[in-house]
Design a protein around this ligand. Structure first.
Ligand SMILES: Nc1nc(=O)c2c([nH]1)NC[C@@H]1CN(c3ccc(C(=O)N[C@@H](CCC(=O)O)C(=O)O)cc3)CN21
Ligand SMILES: CC(C)C(=O)C(=O)O
Ligand SMILES: [Mg+2]
Length: 276
């Protein structure tokens, strides 16, 4: 599954869309081998692979660099790349220039922008130019400071109504898909029911048309914090730590390397070094 019409049909037929983030070539390859429908090169890479405390420091160059790596590992999967903080808010022209670089240099198939009605002009400019755009509403981490932290959004009827209006504005501007993050489950269901394009949830309940999670959260490789919406489907971090401890122990006590990991030398050559 790679095309926008496939995603749309999937929603109509009630099949769930599987989105997962990836940030490098092996991550992209694992997602493709596992049959993930959409790989998101998320700006969460700032937190899970670059070690920043937020997604705000992530640059367009970072996103291009990581998108290229993911593409090398996942040649046949739809790749969506996050536009980072302040690379699209200024104007539709700015959004167009930067999205073009993500597509041309990063090799992605579409871009994701955080925000609602206030960025509809940008979404329209990109979709008019033929760039597939995914919206992102609810908890928008690039504006977490303004939202008062990484908190559940749209908890009141009024805020839920505004969120729905934002999603509808994005759809009207041409978005082919919308991510809804960290809202009450009934709000995720409301948006998925009212919007025609697929709605992908993260902490937005089971009634969305698909789900997305951060790679390192889903695989147990990130421990700085764990949002309530995360399920760890594997304990890769623990397996990796145990492997590294075993490596260190074996180097220190001489069990590694063993003869089968070593290269020999002809006796004749050895004699030339040591004599007789
Ligand atoms: N590793 C990782 N996973 C993510 O899902 C993620 C990132 N990083 N970085 C960018 C944003 C930040 N996100 C976050 C971060 C924390 C919570 C969190 O802890 N939320 C509280 C809700 C508190 C409340 O409002 O009551 C929770 O308990 O889940 C949620 C989303 C989602 N994104
Ligand atoms: C969590 C998803 C939706 C995201 O935007 C990211 O990984 O950056
Ligand atoms: Mg993001």
């Amino acid at each position: 599954m790679r095309s926008l019409t496939d995603f749309h049909r999937s929603k109509k037929e009630g099949g769930k869309i599987v989105m997962m983030t990836a940030y490098d070539c092996p991550g992209g390859r694992l997602c493709e081998e596992a049959g993930v429908d959409v790989i998101l090169v998320g700006d969460s890479l700032g937190m899970v692979v670059l070690g920043y405390d937020s997604t705000v420091p992530v640059t367009l160059e970072d996103m291009i660099h990581h998108s290229r790596a993911v593409r090398r590992g996942a040649k046949d999967t739809f790749i969506l790349t996050d536009m980072p903080f302040l690379t699209y808010q200024i104007s539709p022209a700015q959004a167009l220039e930067n999205a073009a670089r993500l597509m041309r240099e990063g090799g992605c198939d579409g871009v994701k922008l955080e925000g609602g009605a206030e960025i509809a002009a940008q979404v329209r400019a990109l979709t008019t130019a033929g760039i597939p755009v995914c919206g992102h509403v609810g908890l928008t981490p690039q504006s977490a400071t303004a939202l008062g932290g990484y908190k559940v959004q749209a908890r009141t009827a009024e805020a839920a109504r505004k969120l729905l209006d934002d999603a509808l504005a994005l759809e009207a501007a041409g978005a082919f898909m919308i991510v809804v993050e960290c809202v009450p489950a009934p709000v995720g269901g409301l948006v998925a029911g009212k919007v025609n394009v697929p709605v992908i949830g993260i902490g937005a309940g089971a009634d969305c048309d698909g789900q997305v999670l951060v790679f390192h959260d889903a695989l147990g490789m990130f421990d700085r914090f764990t949002p309530k919406f995360v399920r760890r489907f594997a304990e890769v971090g623990r397996a990796a730590r145990e492997g590294l401890e075993e490596y260190a122990a074996q180097v220190r006590d001489g069990r590694f390397p063993a003869p089968e990991h070593s290269f020999g030398m002809q006796d004749e050559e050895l004699r030339k070094i040591y004599g007789n």
